[in-house]
Design a binder for this molecule. Structure first.
Ligand SMILES: C[S@@+](CC[C@H](N)C(=O)[O-])C[C@H]1O[C@@H](n2cnc3c(N)ncnc32)[C@H](O)[C@@H]1O
Length: 352
């Protein structure tokens, strides 16, 4: 090399990304806008895809994706090995074992979770549990402690139609420590609706412990899933919905139900430190209602709001909605949660 000339080694990484069913095109578009030169291609229609770090330095790119999470990218893992896949059990076992063995030196003394997912059209001949056991046995030989939760490292296995994709990473770099970001809650005693999972997931995704609040306003509360989670966490709740709440909530000493349209209620300034809203309504109208009630939140109080994506252009709808909400609120995070369907969830703070 000529004196003074620096040898620049460009590294490029490839990742497997996952979004909610049908939303991969939007996750891919978000990444395209953020990562110059990224190459993106689908793996399982509408849900899983691969993308490269393009001209971005991989470590910096992952740090940025963690710091400022894309709305629709639910999970990613770095693709370190890809092997062709048939329905041969011997070949699949050899591929899993060989990859696990290649982690010698990285996994010794560490808690390692193996997460296995399989595309619908994959010939992969093992169940997730069988594949996990094959990899875990090798990892144990290498001095790792196979675990299910609270791992230091996650080995991700994705069986696609024609190949097995494998990688190993720090759980934080995957955006979620659940396989593919599919957060599963145990059906808690007394959980009133599936919608309650959205609030439980938002609490984790936004790192916003609900028991930190004391007085909540729940707009569009019926049948009462979110309200019951808030009551369980010890909050006082004012629930607004023309519809009935579940009878199990009636007479609760910390619950006040206003059987009204949320557009027609008003409260003294600073009455609440938490506003939650899961109204099934046009999202722009919901925004006007919620923004009109922003003074009922104490300064710095938080809002957790479901944004319905009822139009054909989710990215444009989101841009418009975040601009509208930004007039009354500081927008902290917008994320499509695993439990969101045609919607995303937003965390805001009332402007001081
Ligand atoms: C998806 S459900 C809410 C589920 C609730 N978060 C739970 O966990 O049980 C939507 C609710 O919004 C209510 N809603 C729609 N428009 C409303 C409005 N303008 N004011 C108050 N509630 C409204 C509906 O009556 C419906 O009960």
């Amino acid at each position: 090399m000529a004196a003074g000339r620096r040898c620049e080694v460009k590294t490029m990484a490839t990742y497997v990304g996952t979004a909610n069913p049908g939303f991969a095109p939007y996750a891919m578009e978000e990444l395209r806008r953020r990562i110059p030169g990224t190459e993106i291609s689908g793996l399982a229609s509408g849900e899983t895809f691969r993308f490269t770090s393009g001209s971005r330095e991989p470590v910096e790119l992952v740090k940025e994706l963690r710091r400022d999470e894309p709305v629709f990218l639910r999970h990613l893992f770095p693709l370190e090995t890809e092997t062709p896949l048939t329905d041969s059990r011997e070949d699949a076992e050899a591929a899993l074992s060989a990859y696990a063995r290649s982690l010698d030196g990285r996994v010794h003394g560490r808690k390692v979770a193996v997460q296995v997912r399989k595309a619908m059209n994959s010939p992969f001949p093992f169940s997730s549990a069988e594949a996990r056991d094959i990899a875990a046995a090798v990892l144990r030989e290498l001095g790792a402690e196979p675990v299910v939760k609270e791992a230091d490292l996650i080995v991700s296995v994705y069986a696609a139609a024609g190949s097995l994709l494998l990688g190993c990473s720090d759980p934080r770099d995957n955006l979620s420590d659940w396989p593919g970001g599919a957060v599963r809650f145990r059906r808690e005693e007394g959980l009133l609706s599936r919608a309650a999972f959205k609030l439980l997931e938002a609490e984790r995704a936004f790192k916003l412990p609900l028991d930190r609040f004391t007085n909540a306003l729940d707009l569009g509360a019926a049948p009462g899933g979110w309200t019951s989670v808030l009551l369980d966490r010890g909050l006082k709740v004012t629930a607004v919905d023309p519809a009935e709440l579940d009878p199990s909530l009636s007479g609760h000493p910390r619950l006040h139900h206003l059987r009204s349209n949320a557009a027609e209620v008003s409260f003294a300034p600073g009455s609440f430190d938490l506003l939650v809203c899961d109204m099934s309504w046009d999202p722009h109208r919901t925004c006007r209602i919620v923004s009109g009630l922003s003074s009922a939140l104490s300064a710095g109080g938080s809002g957790i709001i479901t944004l319905k994506l009822m139009y054909r252009k989710p990215l444009q709808t989101l841009r418009e909605l975040t601009e509208e909400y930004a007039e009354a609120f500081d927008i902290r995070k917008v994320k499509q949660l695993f439990h969101n369907r045609e919607e995303v969830t937003m965390w805001v703070r009332r402007k001081p």
